[in-house]
Every structure is written in C-alpha cells, then in structure tokens.
Design a protein around this ligand. Sequence first.
Ligand SMILES: *Cc1c(COP(=O)(O)O)cnc(C)c1O
Length: 514
Amino acid sequence: MPTSPSSPSPSPSSGGPGTGQHLLGDMPAESFRAAGYQIIDWIAEYLEKGPDAPILPQIEPGEISAQLPDSAPAEPRSIDELLEDFNNILYPGFTHWNSPRFMAYFPSTSSGPAILGELLAASVAQNVMLWRTGPAGTELEIRVLQWFREMLGLPEGFHGHIVDTASIATMLGLAAARESHAELKIRTLGAAGRDDLPPLTVYASEEAHSSVEKAAITLGFGMEQLRKIPTDEIFRMRPDLLREAIRSDIEKGYHPLGVVATVGTTSSTSIDPVPEIADICEEHRLWLHVDAAYGGVAAIVPEKRDIFAGCERADSLVVNPHKWLFTPVDCSTFYTRHPEVIEVMKAAFSLMPEYLSSEQDDDEALTNLMDYGIQLGRRFRALKLWMVLSYFGSEGLAGRLRFHMKLASDLATTIEGQSGVELMAPVNFATVCFRFLPEGADGEESDREEQEERIEKLNSGIMNRANASGEVFLSHTKLKGAYTLRLVIGHLRSSEQDVTEVWNLLTRLADEAG
Ligand SMILES: *Cc1c(COP(=O)(O)O)cnc(C)c1O
C-alpha cells in the first residue's frame, strides 16, 4: 500500500508561508530536491505495490470538487500541503489505470521509463514546433518514428510524427484526403456557400471508432456524409457493400474522398479486410486511412505482422503507443506514405507567420513539425517513446505483448470449455469478448428480445458487482445489439494470476446471480 507522500506539517523549506519566496522566482532548488525525492519514493511504491484503493473509485460525481476551494489561494501553500491534498482529496478520485487489474476499455500503462521520460521532457521544456525551437526534439521524433515504423514491419517511405491522440490523427488523415483533391480548392475557397461543390463522402465500418464521425463533423463533411458500412459475422467491414455505397454516391453526383479501415476495432478488435479495401480505394482514387490505434502495436510481434496485410498501401495510418505500449497518455503516432503525401500534409497545414520565419526555415532539409498538423506548440513526446522503445527493446516489447495475447487466448479457451458463458468474437489481440447466459437461455426462447433483456441484466449485474468490489475494472459493449463484456489484458504488470483471479471472481458472481 502506498503510504502518504506527505508529511503532516508544512516545512518552511518548501517555499511556504513566511519564507518570502512567493513574490519572485521559482521554488528554491533545495525544496524542489526534497519534494522531488519524496515524490519519486511515493511513485516507486505505488508502482511496486499497486493502488491502495478500488481500481474504479467508489465516489459520487461532485465529491471531489466539493472539497476544493472555490478560488485559487492568494497566499502560497507549501508542497507538503499540496501533497496532503493530493493524498486526501484527489487520490480517492483516481481511476487506477496503472493497476494490473484495469481491464476496461483499452488499458494504458505508465511504465517506469515513460514516467522518467515525461519528467525530463517537462524539465527541459522543449517546444518542438520548429527545428530551431527544439532541434533534438525534432530529430529524435523523426528518428524514433522511423524505428517504430520498422518495428511494426511497415515499409520505408512512411513518414511519421507524433500527435496527441488517434482521434486527431484520423482527422489529419481525412484532412489530407480532402487536400489530395486540390481541384476542389477547399484550402483557399472553403467548403461553405459553394454551388460548385458536391457533398464529400467518407466511408468506415459500422464498428469504426466515433472519432471518424467527429472528424466528419470537424472537417465539414457532415455526419450524414459518413457512410457506415455494415460488417460481417465477425465484425469486419464488408468490401462488397463498401463498393456498392461508393457506386451509389458517385451516381448521385457526390464526391467520395476516402475510407477509414480499422485494424482492431474498439468493441471487438475485429480487423477490416484491408487488401480488398485498398483495391477499391485505388480503383476510385480514394484516400485510405488505417485506424490501428489499439491493435497496431501487436505488429511488433513478428508472428502477428499479418495484421497489417494491405496496410503498406494505406495513405495514412495511426497507432497509439498510449494504449498498449506502456506509454502514458498522450502519445499517438501518425504515418503517411510516399513523399508526395507529406507534401500534401504540408499543403494542408503549413502557414508560416512572419514572427516564426527565419532564413534557416527555407532550408529544404529542415523539418518544422508544426507544418504537419494544426497545433503550433508541441510537447516533447518523443522522449518518453524513445525511453520506452529503448529501455525494453523490440524483443522485450514483443515478449510482453505476446504474453498478453497468450493470457487472452488461454482465457478464450477456458470460456469455450465452460458452460453458461459464450465467446462473442474472435480473440485477435488481447481483448476477450464474452457473456454469461442465464439458466435456460441456451435453448430456443420464443421471445428473442426478452432473452436479450435477461442476458443484459445478468451481465451488467455481474460487471457492476465486479467493479464495485474494487478488485477489477471491466467495461462492456454491444455487438450487433448483443450485450457483451470485455476483458482486456494490456497492462505491463498484469500476471497470469491476475487473469485467473478475475475470471474466478466473475464466475462466482455469475453463479450467485444465476
Ligand atoms: C481508442 C481508439 C481510438 C481513439 O483513440 P484516442 O487516442 O483516445 O483518440 C480510435 N480508434 C480506435 C480503433 C480506438 O480503439
């Protein structure tokens, strides 16, 4: 159990009341050093022993804010006091993503090297917008993304940079899709108020992430211009229906722009048939963006490389180290293929105001990463990714990912051999979709809807009780209308025992409910 990072009384050395330190200057170096050691000790214990609290906090909305003052303090407070508040007020409101039994959504580990990378990045305060404002940050980012591309088995020529999230990466991909049709002149004329511009359509499966919809809204395509292509029995986009949707839009005079294929969907981790989708994109000159936010990192494992079949033909692609690669939020990698695609991205976003220009910037060899996206100021995220890739090494990462996938497939085998529970989707990565069945639900029930309701009630009850125990955190989804529980193994410190004990807990709760 982590002990309190605080000591009970404010120490004068921490720059607190009476020190006179609050009028000018930063925290004194001595106070920083003392508090820093204390905090590192606290972190080390937290990581080693795990949270001393339920993984999903058992609190009501507003409970935390009720304990926070309405206004910021006018008088300085000591770090000791702040750490006391961290422990007493904030800690009970933490959802412990860094617990090995966080098995909801897609887990995210803050690993030791990544935490140290974040600390150092903040300390050297690099703003990696121009090469000049962060030469090491710029060059490290480009090099680390080349390493990562190679680790993922993607071909040379994919140019990568880091963005905050996959949602932004997908928006960038679709923005580039639009820019790739220069004849539409949207960059200069905009899209509003033009009679000469047909509706611009984009395509993704009905299982695609909601960020595709957000991108369609943000870029002004409109939600109605996003075609949600139905999926097959294992939740993969149906290329025949994609082809049909494109043909029908062209007939109507609409302008198809691009397709988002998903490698590892959020609900069931299904993998769209990218080779067939790439064929269709080529045929119609459509941009192909691959969303591999969760699943992409699995390609680090050599025998899993085939998840990226066809993705070498993508125009852009996103993989999130901040999901299953032991790197804290935020860190998402965005790749584009072919040098001319990079020019397209520059065309989409490069606007150099006078105050940022310098003679150096005319140098073609210089990369100013601000050109590759919307934001000007950019965090030095490459440092933590460099730390993670280097500290563990590609073999170390592959071994850890392989272990998670083994735990997941072993659990799937257990589920298949157990009565009263069914597997709801193939286990492509380390996510297991399943649900318990109430007595008699195996047989023919006259009313399907009624049966579905009983199943949902049983499974949501099991999940809520499991989450309330504080021992685990699971989440659910609906797969073609069927209520489904998801157990995702993705935390760096998850063990076989964690999975076994969680499964035993769920089985016991199911027995009690059944
Ligand atoms: C999680 C997820 C996203 C969104 O990721 P963010 O980085 O949180 O924006 C997008 N697509 C898929 C398939 C995901 O699983």
